[in-house]
Write a protein that binds this ligand. Structure first.
Ligand SMILES: [Zn+2]
Length: 262
């Protein structure tokens, strides 16, 4: 895996937010575009951290499906951008989103520990579900545009599912958990009255992934009632979401194994 540290033309809003985070937790934020054919970072410390992260089981495959991911060793925060899924027009939304994760971390919000493999997947998706509620609010407050791009992506997802959702083979459990997280994001992040494709998305998801729906319903219903900005509530919500996703993952594996047994 080869990397390049790039300088992005950032808006003043993002620059300010970045400085605010760096001040909050005395860190340095490095933004990197991860590609196959550019040299690794020159700083040996940074290179060692990134190499280790990409060696952890499952990380590279999760990253390949993400627009961006953040990793941190406390002193350095790396925002890793996946240019295969993000073009220049998406940088503001994508960087804003990742800064949101780092900003919560810098303020001491708990997040599940990343362990790699399926457990890492559980940690990432349960952390995402809960943190995204606060990040969406923060992006709106800071006037960073994100909603339009997100809704466009969701419309593409719905369109794709309408074509192949019911016929495609079930993906590995890790991707199923990411589907739950995306669905919960939509339930908690979009007012159906404000998005004309809302019913269409809901229908496409329900028809393609009926087995995931109970978990989505329960997580979304529960989190909608909570003030996740309060750290104690946030922590409990993380534990709740982690356990629900874990249960959903075990069910998915059990059903998968059942269908394999003659
Ligand atoms: Zn996120």
């Amino acid at each position: 895996m080869l990397l390049a540290i790039l300088l992005f033309a950032q808006t003043a809003i993002l620059d300010n937010w970045r400085a605010e985070i760096e001040q909050l937790d005395h860190s340095k934020i490095l933004i990197m575009k991860v590609t196959e054919d550019t040299p690794p970072p020159e700083d040996p410390g940074a290179r060692a951290i990134i190499t280790e992260v990409f060696r952890s089981p499952g990380f590279a495959s999760q990253f390949s499906r993400a627009e961006a991911m953040s990793v941190t060793n406390g002193r350095y925060h790396f925002v890793l951008i996946n240019p295969a899924l993000t073009d220049e027009s998406g940088y503001e939304a994508v960087l804003g989103h990742e800064f949101g994760h780092l900003w919560l971390k810098a303020q001491g919000y708990p997040s599940p520990v990343y362990q790699g493999g399926d457990a890492g997947c559980l940690a990432i998706n349960s952390g995402d579900i809960v943190q995204h509620v606060l990040i969406r609010k923060q992006l709106d407050l800071r006037k960073i545009s994100w909603r339009e791009r997100w809704q466009q992506n969701l419309e593409k997802t719905a369109e794709q599912l309408e074509k192949t959702g019911t016929t495609q083979p079930a993906p590995p459990v890790c991707q199923r958990l990411a589907q739950i997280a995306m669905w919960v994001d939509v339930r908690l992040g979009i007012d159906p009255a404000q998005w004309k494709e809302s019913d269409r998305f809901e229908k496409a998801m329900s028809e393609s992934f009926p087995a995931l729906r109970p978990a989505v319903d329960e997580i979304a219903r529960t989190l909608a009632k909570q003030n996740l900005a309060e750290k104690a509530v946030h922590r409990r919500a993380l534990e709740f979401t982690f356990n629900k996703l874990k249960f959903a993952g075990l069910e998915i594996n059990r059903k998968h194994n059942e269908t394999k047994t003659p």
